[in-house]
Write a protein that binds this ligand. Structure first.
Ligand code: NAP
Length: 304
């Protein structure tokens, strides 16, 4: 039996302004959103009792007030799984790009620096994955996909932290350790952990202090996991060797932000899942979640 759904689409280049969102949601049965839309009790209340489902085109759900949705009996759909491989590949790429100074090297050629200094043994030297200890903070879908890929690089040890037991991580050769031990022992610290009230700002001064001064720190999860002022200080003061970030605070990052002035920091604009196939799969899954949530049938990827 077909049911007609009327769609109201925001198709501006920029995220929908908050006032516009609040003006448009009253009476809607479903909302499809991106991580740029904060879906809190104000939005849910503005939508009113007609709202059945919020469907986000993302696997991270920190932009949605889940407690508020739950309290109002509103279902929440998200897009796990379909982006795992794309983000794991990007994470590996960002790790190599940071460890081997890809962007700094490229800039050096463009600015004529290479012509001036030709070749030297110490020029642009970086870090080797082979033989290293890699720590993955948060062994979820993306963390585990990364672990499997890292084995091909012949790393020495893969450590990970988790909230719940991860026997598949151990079975693939990883070792679960406490957060502090991971920070102390790892040559690469890679954050793939969900942003929650408990993990907010977990990479702070204390965490950077525990890391090796030779460490490469990578974050592909959410900017909120990192105390960014502490990260800037750690990079400036040589407390850590380098960082690669796909996520930061705020997004978009202002072009004159201190992170962009640092030669030992590689920043890319939140492109973890940005492949054509992945984005289409995410959009399709979010649409299926929305339709099922409105019709009251089983949602393919329901969080709440
Ligand atoms: P996931 O399977 O839910 O993995 C998240 C992991 O974080 C879970 O394994 C969870 O542990 C762990 N975790 C939560 N709190 C923790 C804590 N206090 N200590 C240690 N581990 C903790 O999600 P995913 O699909 O792998 O995605 C992970 C995150 O990547 C998302 O939340 C999102 O923010 C980010 N992401 C970024 C991009 C990008 O474009 N850069 C794209 C997609 C996703 P348990 O399993 O024990 O609950």
């Amino acid at each position: 039996m077909y049911q007609r759904l009327d769609l109201e689409v925001w198709d501006g280049d920029q995220p929908i302004p908050r006032e516009e969102l609040l003006r448009r949601v009253p009476g809607k049965q479903g909302i499809i959103c991106l991580l740029t839309e904060k879906i809190d009790s104000q939005v849910l209340d503005a939508a009113g009792s007609s709202l059945k489902v919020v469907s986000t085109i993302s696997v991270g759900t920190d932009h949605i007030d889940l407690e508020a949705a739950k309290a109002r009996g509103i279902k929440v759909g998200y897009t796990p799984g379909v982006l795992t491989d794309a983000v794991a590949e990007l994470t590996l790429g960002l790790t190599l790009a940071t460890a081997r100074c890809f962007f700094r090297s490229h800039c050096e050629i463009r600015s004529g620096g290479w012509e001036k200094s030709t070749w030297s043994p110490l020029k642009m030297y970086g870090k080797l994955l082979q033989g290293s200890t890699v720590g993955i903070v948060g062994l979820g879908r993306i963390g585990f996909a990364l672990l499997k890929r890292l084995k091909a690089f012949q790393v020495k040890d893969i450590l990970f932290t988790a909230r719940s037991p991860k026997p598949h991580g151990e079975a693939e050769g990883g070792k679960e350790v406490r957060f502090e031990e991971l920070l102390q022992k790892s040559d690469f610290v890679i954050c793939t952990c969900a942003l929650t009230p408990e993990t907010q700002g977990m990479f702070d001064k204390t965490a950077f202090h525990l890391m090796k001064s030779s460490v490469v720190f990578i974050n592909i999860s959410r900017g909120g996991l990192v105390n960014q002022d502490d990260l800037v200080e750690a990079l400036k003061g040589g407390e850590i060797w380098g960082a690669g970030l796909d996520v930061m605070t705020p997004e978009p990052l202002p072009h004159d932000h201190p992170l962009l002035q640092l030669a030992n920091c590689t920043v890319i604009p939140h492109i973890g899942s940005a492949t054509e196939k992945t984005r289409l799969d995410m959009a399709r899954l979010a649409a299926e979640n929305l339709i099922a949530g409105i019709k009251g049938t089983s949602m393919p990827a329901q969080l709440l």
